[in-house]
Design a protein around this ligand. Structure first.
Ligand code: MN
Ligand code: MN
Length: 471
């Protein structure tokens, strides 16, 4: 090997070198990454809705010794607690050695993903077909949801208090459903429309059957036959849809992508990739110095409102409960805890896509395979409504990542003035917490099939673990 020139040496020392990190890893690290992501893909296949995420995550934490907070009278360092908010939102904490008034370390992600919800009166028949009407949830490109296999997931709450859980389309033996699209031969008018108008919201109707009930005297025979099937299987009648939450999600499985299997393709990786990586990170935390807190929020995709969204007071109630059970609570203590706390807002990042290169500014885009993406600020136009992390806190997180050999990149979401977005970061930042956005870069974000890098997923996991432990 030839000696490095002084320029080469200087460049190595001074430049922020960016590269594809697979180049540097050992065979053993590669195996670890693939093994970890196998667990991730299995979790994703079982957890397509926020309710399923919360249910499966709760099962996992219970196995690892977490208990419902009400089971504790008093809390001690090392105790592990959870609180489930209406089956859609989960809080976890591992109590630290340090005084809680010095703050806690929070990682917060969201369990909801863009999808199609059923309307309250969904079922109708039209010219021999039975359909379910939908109302989309979150920021979707509507055309992406036609002509793909869809599965039905959700709950039907009956007036007698019974709750019927429904999952159809995941088992190989199950039927699937679809929303039809127009054949190209007759789509001249449709193809002239703007992409956003090509498929209208009211056209997102799910095809669910076509066999009529065999009785000449009744009208709407196909609808009747469908209701009869539902009644036999679930004991429900049409009115029970009025108090149901049924979500249509892609029926396909999460898979390794690429001949080298370096990537993951799957539905809902925004933000289930952050749920899984932060969940597995907190499972490694035993008796930390600083109390570790993990949040899986709901309703992020529609503005974090409501009693399961991050804007609700349920999280502060959970934190107050911890203060009560540590026997340290006093007026305004919780405010002080928040002002002394630190948080990673774990949400996916827009990965640079060479096919759509012109929406990014290359120096400040995050790339797949370069590690976990850190966004100092979000917002639109002149950073409006964004959460902008303080430089000192960014340095604090950088230091933790660098000490623990976590590969990261700092970027922003797309070119200036092209759009923008946000996460739950601002909600905690408004309470006084130091918050930094930090998550895995994604391609095709919000599409039925999103793409991430196994390398980045593993770095997020390592980074979140280090954030909890290294302080
Ligand atoms: Mn998100
Ligand atoms: Mn999103």
């Amino acid at each position: 090997m030839s000696e490095k020139t002084s320029g080469e040496e200087l460049k190595e020392k001074l430049f922020n070198q960016k590269k594809n990190c697979w180049e540097d890893i050992s065979e053993n690290e590669g195996k670890q990454i693939f093994e970890y992501c196998k667990g991730y893909m299995e979790f994703l296949n079982k957890s397509k809705t926020e309710r399923e995420i919360i249910k499966n995550a709760t099962e996992i934490v219970k196995e690892k010794g977490f208990k419902e907070i009400s089971e504790y009278e008093n809390l001690q360092p090392g105790d592990k607690v959870y609180y489930i908010n209406r089956g859609k939102n989960l809080f976890l904490a591992v109590i630290g050695e340090d005084k809680i008034e010095n703050g806690v370390n929070i990682i917060g992600s969201h369990a909801d993903s863009p999808r199609l919800d059923l309307k309250p009166n969904p079922l109708y028949e039209d010219k021999g077909f039975a359909y379910l009407k939908t109302h989309y949830y979150g920021g979707i490109k509507k055309y992406q949801w036609t002509a793909i296999p869809l599965a039905i997931h959700g709950v039907i709450a009956k007036t007698n208090g019974e709750k019927v859980e429904v999952t159809i389309g995941e088992d190989e033996e199950d039927p699937i459903f679809t929303i039809t699209d127009l054949l190209p031969h007759l789509a001249q008018e449709q193809m002239q429309k703007k992409l956003k108008d090509g498929v209208e919201g009211e056209a997102l109707n799910l095809l669910i059957g076509s066999i009529p009930y065999n009785d000449e005297k009744v009208q709407e025979k196909v609808k009747l036959n469908i209701l009869n099937i539902l009644n036999k299987k679930y004991g429900i009648v049409e009115k029970d849809f009025l108090s149901a939450e049924i979500e249509l999600v892609p029926a396909f499985k999460c898979r390794s992508l690429g001949l080298d299997q370096s990537l993951v393709a799957g539905y809902g990786q925004d933000d289930k990739v952050s749920v899984y990586t932060s969940l597995t990170a907190i499972l490694n935390v035993e008796r930390p110095k600083t109390t570790a807190v993990c949040i899986f929020a709901d309703k992020e995709e529609i503005g974090s409102m409501g009693n399961t969204g991050m804007e609700s007071n349920v999280f502060t109630t959970f934190m107050s409960e911890i203060l009560n059970k540590l026997n340290v609570n006093k007026p305004n203590l919780l405010d002080k805890v928040f002002c002394n706390s630190k948080m990673l807002s774990a949400d996916v990042d827009a990965g640079f896509d060479p096919i759509y290169a012109n929406v990014s500014e290359l120096n400040n885009a995050s790339f797949l395979n370069r590690g976990v993406g850190v966004c100092k600020y979000t917002g639109v136009a002149g950073k409006a409504n964004g959460s902008d992390a303080n430089a000192e806190f960014v340095a604090y997180v950088r230091n933790i990542f660098e000490k623990n050999d976590v590969k990261y990149q700092i970027s922003e979401l797309g070119r200036v003035d092209l759009g923008g977005g946000g996460t739950i970061a601002y909600i905690l930042a408004n309470k006084g917490v130091e918050v930094l956005d930090c998550g895995v870069p994604v391609l095709s974000m919000h599409a039925p099939y999103e793409v991430t890098s196994k390398y980045d997923i593993y770095q997020a996991y390592k980074g979140y673990e280090a954030f909890y432990k290294d302080n």
